[in-house]
Ligand binder design. Sequence first.
Ligand SMILES: *Cc1c(COP(=O)(O)O)cnc(C)c1O
Length: 356
Amino acid sequence: MYELNDKIRNLKPYDPISGEYQIRLDANESFLPIPEDLRAEILQRIDEAAWNRYPDPTAAGVCRAFGAYYGVLEECIAAGNGSDELIMILLSSFLKRGEKLLTISPDFSMYRFYGSLAEAENVSLTKPDTLRIDPDDVIRTIRETGARLVIFSNPCNPTGQGLTRDEVRKIITSVDALVVLDEAYMDFWNESMIREAGQYDNLIILRTCSKAFGMAAIRLGFAVANKRLADVIRAVKSPYNVNTFTQLTGEIVLSHQDLLREGTKKIVESAAALAKEIAAISQEFPGSFTQFPTCTNFVFLRSERAEKIFKKLLDRKIAVRFFRLGEVGDFLRITAGNPDENAALCAALREILKEG
Ligand SMILES: *Cc1c(COP(=O)(O)O)cnc(C)c1O
């Protein structure tokens, strides 16, 4: 009888929300459709691609377009099959078995998951009731535990809150550990460290095309760091991790800088409008939930009734994300959709709260 080892024995496949929902506000995707002419340009280039050849292992074209958009040197950039793949690569290569990984909860759940696959020892720092990270707590915990790597999302998924550049700089310069800063939502805010990533020997920034750029389908993410670290990432990744069609699509979309900026702006406006309307609902139904400030494309609510609201929204074919975070409480994370989707969500929320 073949025995599975204890790392993998009880794992379950990732289970995104299943079923048909008219309104999907559960995965922080962009609500913007890709313009027709851009779509045609991409399909044309894919049609002309060398389908029988392996992709460019350096993903040079798409890294160049990414670097041009953010003002980052190409030598500082490595591409991944989504930033998810890069998280796995980083945690399994920059940590040795048994070394300590610091995560700060609540945060993106994949960090702990890939850490445990890498057989790192997880050290967890719990955020205070405000769900804001205190940089001094992070620094102290790294020093006390000897953690070799700290990873956190900034702004944070799921809390929607972020650290300023000064706060992040303080962490980076106060510890010897590697700091992996997941800026998946930083396009919606303006405290990015990406322009200065090359200046530190212990910082790796992750970015993704899945959120602000509306390209979750193509699986494309980037790591940005000084050349020494970027070279390591390029050396440890599998050679053909980003396929030709993704490289082509990413290169074309990232070259349309105005479109990206306009799209991002529309999403930020939608998130602000949604946050405002939800604040109004909170006033109409005092005590039903508390709302956290957000600098992302989603809102985060704490409510004792979160699970019930979540299920009643599903009954109305609206999907949001429900979180039960142990001691911390029950929460809903709601992605900003287009104006019609936001209006439908808010109408449903009012109905559900009225029912009590
Ligand atoms: C969505 C998300 C990612 C995943 O990005 P992909 O590039 O789609 O793999 C990474 N980190 C955080 C915090 C996210 O919310």
